[in-house]
Design a protein around this ligand. Sequence first.
Ligand code: ATP
Ligand code: MG
Length: 384
Amino acid sequence: MNVLVLGAGQLARMMALAVKPLNINVRAFDVGSGNVFDPLSSNIVFGDLTQGIEFADFITAEFEHIDHQTLALCQASGKLRPSSQAIKVGGDRRLEKDLLVKCDVANAKHKIITTKADFDQALNSLTFPLILKSALAGYDGKGQWRLKDQTNAEEIWHDIKDFFDGGAQGVTNAVVAEQMVPFDREVSLVGARDSQGNTVVYPLTENHHTNGVLSVSIATQVNEALQAQAKQVFDSIANELNYIGVLAIEFFQIGEQLLVNEIAPRVHNSGHWTQQGADTCQFENHLRAVCDLPLGSTALVRPSAMINILGEEQVPNDILNVASTTLHWYGKSKRAGRKMGHINVSGKNEQELATRLQLLADILPEEAFDELKPYVTAYQNKLS
Ligand code: ATP
Ligand code: MG
């Protein structure tokens, strides 16, 4: 079986690694250069998309910001899973909010802004503090503004105007203004839906962000009621989109209530722990769904955590002395804050996981992993 992935980053690479034993060959289309790569050797195999489409039995995507012409070509081949519509929803916060409203799932109160009048009206009708997010091309906290009160409103409006003006020609962007949610924690649900409509989901994962970027995810025993609440949201969104593949939903948790933050129509950074912590990892399950193979068990094998390596091309090899620790590099060149790799660690129970996290926090350089120590201390306190 041959699969073409739109996007040639670490997610395509981890898909390729996961499904080699299933005899599925993954090729990755780099939207920037227009070349199709072997994601494992990084060799160019085709010089254009058309050849890649011809090669593929199925086509999927590793990110949602793909130009609509490329999506249309892939959709027309009849091989694209999930559909171009589902991918577009993940890449445009306006469509995403429409979907959440349509599925009647709880989310933050918001207004769509395209003009100064909309901006003024949003500031009057929503309650501060606000977060304003570009409808298009936002990821890892980019294209976002925060407003505590009216004080810097004019300045921020000018910034947003500049952001609109600097965007792609002929594309109308907007900003979604949202009320800040006073959440207790952030969690995400990663799951898969196949073409028959069967769905499976992993346990809810708790996520910690540093400067708007995911730094640590942790998957442990689940609160059944909360898991059921999340699964219901997953099913309604995945069914509405007639979705095929892995879909991730980010939530804010307040008390026992979940509000959807956003959805990602793809495998997700908060699901990387499944490589070692679940029966079937998210990358394999994504391609099982895409290739019409039976979905694999999503059961948690052991409590597990994932630590992102941001902007570092090396970590002390000593971390591999910590039991049940694995290191995953993406083969990317170094840039400040860039996702370069991740570390997975598991334990037979949460206590053992916490001990191993502590060992890792002691080895990893504090400058590059400054949030890790306080996080591990808080986690240990919670357990004791
Ligand atoms: P990523 O690609 O990492 O998922 P993103 O750029 O798509 O990020 P969001 O997930 O919408 O952006 O926001 C990034 C982070 O900002 C969230 O994980 C959360 O910590 C914070 N945040 C976003 N929206 C809100 C909100 N309405 N209330 C409180 N915090 C928020
Ligand atoms: Mg997010």
